[in-house]
Design a protein around this ligand. Structure first.
Ligand code: TEU
Length: 535
C-alpha cells in the first residue's frame, strides 16, 4: 500500500460556514461545489468535510440521526455524489467525518434503545446508578431517562448518547455503514474522538481513562472489515489526550489501525485549569512538545500537523499578531507548521489569515460549549465581562464565522442572513478575491508553500532536528533528506531578532526556498519573519 498521504495537504471544509447556495444563511454542498476552484487554485489534495449527515444539529452535525443520508440543510445524497465526482475529476479526494463514538438521541437506534425490552437496549450504556464522570460540554456524563427508568452515558451533550462498542452488533452496523460510503466513492474518514469508543465496561469512577482496553482490537477489526483491500484511502483518528507513545502504536503501519491521529498536546499549551483559563504560550514549550512528536513518530507512525480546525480559535489571533502584523504572522505560522514532518491540515479561511471574531455578547454565540460555559461561569459568580474575554479568545465560534470570499455584503458567503456574523475584516483585504490576485497575500503564500511540498521531497520526508530549544522568540530546525538540507527559521515574536546559531552567516546566505519577507537573508529576522534556506 502506498502512503500517498505523506505528500498530501488536506483542506478542511466546515460546510455550515463555507458557502451558501440557497440563501438560508447556512452553507451547503452546492455551495462547496461552486467553490472548488479555490481548492484547485490552492493546490490541496484532499477535502475533509465536517459532518453533513442527517442531524438535529445540537452540535452542528456531530450528533447524527441518520448515517446514510445528507441533512436537507446541506443538500441531498445526489449533491454528495456530485461532489465526489467533481473532486475526483480534479484529482482530489474526499474524506468524510465519521462520528461513531455517539449518535444523536434522535437516531432510531437510540430511540429503540430507550425501550428496556428492545433488542437494541444494549447498543448504548444504561445503568441504574451513574458514576462520577463529567461530560465535555458541562454537567454529568449521565442523564436519567424517565421513559425507561435508567441513566444513559454521554461523554458530550445529553443529545449525544455513547454507543456501546462492546456489543458486536454495534460494530457490525458501523462497519456496514462505512463500507456503504466507501462504495459510494469516498476516500476515507476523519474519525471523531475515536480513542473514546472503548470504555472499561466496569465504568469505574474518576474516569474515563482513554484509550480503553479494547481500542486496538476495535481499530484492527475495523481495518479488516472495512478498509483492507481498498487502495488509496486515508484514515485519521481524532484523539484528545493521546500520548506520543500511544500514537506510535495507533499509526504503526504494521499494526493496521490508522494512518495518522490528531493529537491535542500543542493546542493545550496555552490552557490553564481549563481552556477558558488562557495563558500566554511559552515558545520553548511548543518546541518541546512538537519536537517530541517529531522524534516519537520518526521511525514508525506518522504525524498530522494542524493549528486550526472547527474546534480551535484562529491561530493568527492565538499565536500570532492579528493586528499590525496579521499577514506576516499568519504566513510565519504556516511555514512553521508545514515544514514539520507530517501531513498538514489547512482549515478554511486559515489560508486568508482569518482571525477571531470580536464577540461582545453571549447572544452572538451559537456553539453549545461556549454558551454552556458562559452561563455556568456567570451562575458561579464570575464577572460576565471577564467570561466574555475568555470566550473571545477561545470559543469554537471563532473558527465558525463564515468564509470570506470577497469584500461585498456578507463576504458573498450568503445572499441571506448568515447563521453567524461575518467578520468585518472581509472588507479590509481578508478575503479570497482580493488575495487571489495579490502575489504578496497570505493566500499566495499558502499556494507556494503547498507547491513546495509537492516539488521538494525533503519537505514531506526529510529528517527533523530541532535547534535552539530554549530560545523564546526563534523557532528553528533543520530537515534533511540525502544531500538536501533545509534550515527553517521562524521569528515567533514582534521583535527584530538575531539568530544565534553556529555558522549563521554562511547558512543564512544560502538560497531561500520560501520566505515571507521578500529578498531577506542573513542572521537578522524581521518581526514574525519566516524563511526556509537550502543550505
Ligand atoms: O471534538 C472532540 C473534543 O474533544 C472536543 O471536546 C474538543 O476538544 C473541544 O471542542 C475543544 O473545546 C470532536 C469534534 O471535533 C467536535 O466538534 C465535537 O463537538 C465533539 O467531537 C463531539 O462530537
Amino acid at each position: 500500500m502506498t502512503a500517498w498521504w505523506k505528500d498530501a495537504v488536506v483542506y478542511q471544509v466546515y460546510p455550515r460556514s463555507f458557502a451558501d447556495s440557497d440563501g438560508d444563511g447556512v452553507g451547503d454542498l452546492r455551495g462547496v461545489l461552486s467553490r472548488l476552484d479555490h481548492l484547485v487554485d490552492l493546490g490541496v489534495d484532499v477535502l475533509w468535510l465536517s459532518p453533513v449527515y442527517r442531524s438535529p444539529m445540537r452540535d452542528n452535525g456531530y450528533d447524527i440521526s441518520d448515517y446514510r443520508d445528507v441533512d436537507p440543510l446541506f443538500g441531498t445524497l445526489a449533491d454528495l455524489d456530485e461532489l465526489v465526482a467533481a473532486l475526483h475529476e480534479r484529482g482530489m479526494k474526499l474524506l468524510m467525518d465519521l462520528v461513531v463514538n455517539h449518535t444523536s438521541d434522535e437516531h432510531p437506534w437510540f430511540v429503540a434503545s430507550r425501550d428496556r425490552d428492545s433488542p437494541m437496549r444494549d447498543w448504548y450504556w444504561w445503568r441504574d446508578e451513574p458514576n462520577d464522570w463529567r461530560a465535555f460540554f458541562s454537567g454529568p456524563a449521565w442523564t436519567y431517562d424517565e421513559q425507561s427508568g435508567q441513566y444513559y452515558l454521554h461523554l458530550f451533550s445529553p443529545h449525544q448518547p455513547d454507543l456501546n462498542w462492546e456489543n458486536p452488533e454495534v460494530r457490525a452496523a458501523v462497519h456496514a455503514m462505512m463500507r456503504w460510503w466507501l462504495d459510494r466513492g469516498v476516500d476515507g474518514f476523519r474519525m471523531d474522538v475515536i480513542n473514546m469508543i472503548s470504555k472499561d465496561p466496569a465504568l469505574p469512577d474518576r474516569g474515563p481513562r482513554f484509550p480503553g482496553p479494547r481500542i486496538h482490537e476495535f481499530l484492527q477489526e475495523m481495518h479488516r472489515e472495512v478498509l483492507a483491500g481498498r487502495e488509496g484511502l486515508l484514515t485519521v483518528g481524532e484523539m484528545p489526550g493521546v500520548t506520543v507513545e500511544q500514537a506510535r502504536r495507533f499509526t504503526d503501519p504494521r499494526r493496521h489501525e490508522l494512518d495518522m491521529v490528531f493529537q491535542f498536546e500543542h493546542v493545550g499549551l496555552d490552557h490553564g485549569s481549563s481552556k477558558w483559563d488562557v495563558r500566554p504560550l511559552h515558545l520553548p514549550d511548543l518546541k518541546a512538545s512538537l519536537g517530541r512528536w517529531q522524534d516519537g513518530l520518526a521511525e514508525r507512525g506518522w504525524n498530522s500537523l494542524y493549528l486550526n480546525n472547527h474546534d480551535q480559535p484562529r491561530a493568527v489571533s492565538r499565536f500570532g499578531d492579528d493586528g499590525r502584523h496579521r499577514d506576516r504572522s499568519a504566513t510565519m505560522l504556516a511555514t512553521l507548521l508545514h515544514l514539520h514532518r507530517g501531513t498538514p491540515y489547512v482549515y478554511q479561511g486559515e489560508e486568508l489569515g482569518m482571525t477571531n471574531y470580536p464577540f461582545t455578547s453571549v447572544e452572538q454565540l451559537r456553539d453549545l460549549e461556549s454558551v454552556n460555559h458562559f452561563h455556568e461561569a456567570v451562575a458561579e459568580g464570575q464577572d460576565p465581562e471577564q467570561v466574555l474575554e475568555a470566550v473571545r479568545a477561545m470559543s469554537r465560534d471563532n473558527a465558525r464565522t463564515p468564509m470570506q470570499w470577497d469584500d461585498s455584503r456578507h463576504a458573498s458567503f450568503t445572499t441571506g442572513r448568515p447563521w453567524l456574523p461575518v467578520h468585518p475584516n472581509h472588507a479590509e483585504g481578508v478575503n479570497a478575491a482580493a488575495q487571489r490576485e495579490d502575489p504578496d497575500s497570505v493566500l499566495s503564500y499558502y499556494r507556494r508553500l503547498i507547491a513546495l511540498r509537492h516539488e521538494e521531497p525533503v519537505v514531506a520526508h526529510g529528517e527533523f532536528a530541532m535547534l535552539l530549544p530554549e530560545d523564546e522568540r526563534v523557532y528553528a530546525f533543520t530537515r534533511r533528506l540525502d544531500d538536501v538540507e533545509l534550515l527553517v527559521l521562524c521569528n515567533v515574536s514582534g521583535d527584530v531578532v538575531e539568530v544565534d546559531l553556529p555558522d549563521v552567516a554562511t547558512r543564512t546566505a544560502a538560497p531561500v526556498l520560501i520566505g515571507n519577507v521578500p529578498g531577506s537573508t542573513g542572521p537578522v529576522l524581521e518581526p514574525w519573519e519566516a524563511r526556509v534556506h537550502r543550505t
